[in-house]
Design a protein around this ligand. Structure first.
Ligand code: SAM
Length: 288
């Protein structure tokens, strides 16, 4: 095991900071996020023009460079070298927490491999706000993010998760939401869903109902803004066993007919049914 003591280690290397930014409400920028962006040597931003608006608002003069999904690897290696030489770098995405359906994961892995400390600041994240406001179970949940765009690939994913028993959180763009909800209803069946729209913004709205209602609503509405979709978990499909419709005697006899001795057959039927052997024995011999 390798230990990283985020605040108590004397190192010559810089630090990688993961800094969340608001998902629509500037008031959600934390003091610590502002302080960190002031103090680092460089801010690596998904879209520098976008982040410039934020840094201007908070009077942050730290140099900005671009860091997005298309230069994640090459720019990431450069940044790691600079951090190894002592510079500190903050990663920010357009909105919310880097690394959650946004660039971040790759550079965190590279920093961990290179022994560069990684410090993650807590902050705005659409999935968690949507989940907590959904009214669905939050004790366990699953974050999926964006489903594949192609229908066939999306079908495979939906099928994989349809019996998953815990609440699930998805992201989707407004122009694909209609197809996504209809498809989800077709595969998951009707169950509770909460659509969280424009979170933290002036037009924030929660639409809570069933998947069928949500699919219908989306088909009749001009969809605007950003959405998170929070869906109730499924019920595991009942696995029925071949012997369920048989009596105990028929069950044991099936094994006997297959060549087992009655003692073995009784033992196996007891295992199948999860009951003591003597119960099967009694029932089998009484009825014999
Ligand atoms: N990293 C971000 C986070 O921590 O939430 C998510 C980035 S992902 C590229 C963008 C998606 O997040 C949107 O398509 C939408 O599904 C969701 N999202 C972001 N902001 C939102 C908001 N204010 N309200 C609802 N959903 C939002």
């Amino acid at each position: 095991m390798r230990s990283q003591k985020s605040f108590r280690e004397e190192t010559n290397t810089g630090t990688l900071y993961i800094v969340p930014t608001p998902i629509g409400n500037l008031g959600d920028m934390t003091y610590r996020a502002v302080k960190t962006l002031h103090e680092v040597d460089k801010i690596a931003a998904e879209d520098t023009r976008n982040t410039k608006k934020l840094t201007r608002h908070f009077d942050i003069a730290t140099p900005l460079i671009s860091y997005h999904e298309h230069n994640e690897k090459s720019r990431g290696s450069e940044l790691i070298r600079e951090m190894e030489d002592g510079e500190s770098v903050a990663i920010v995405s357009d909105a919310g927490t880097p690394g959650i359906s946004d660039p971040g994961e790759v550079i965190v892995q590279a920093a961990v491999d290179a022994g560069v400390p990684v410090v993650v600041l807590p902050g705005a994240n659409a999935a968690l706000v949507a989940l907590i406001g959904s009214g669905l179970k939050t004790d366990h949940f699953f974050y999926y993010g964006f489903l594949p765009r192609k229908k066939k690939e999306r079908a495979i994913e939906l099928d994989k998760w349809k019996s998953f028993p815990e609440t699930m959180v998805f992201y989707e763009s407004p122009h694909r939401l209609k197809q996504m909800l209809r498809h989800m209803y077709e595969v998951f069946g009707d169950r509770k869903v909460s659509l969280a729209r424009e979170l933290t913004k002036q037009y924030e709205e929660f639409l809570r109902g069933s998947l069928e209602e949500a699919a219908e609503w989306a088909e009749q509405t001009e969809l605007k803004g950003e959405f998170c979709i929070v869906v109730e978990g499924g019920v595991a499909e009942a696995v029925s066993s071949w012997w369920e419709s048989l009596t105990v005697v028929e069950h044991v006899d099936t094994y006997v007919e297959e060549g087992m001795r009655s003692k073995e057959a009784i033992k196996q039927a007891a295992v199948d049914r999860g009951v003591p052997k003597r119960d099967i024995y009694r029932e089998y011999h009484v009825e014999e």
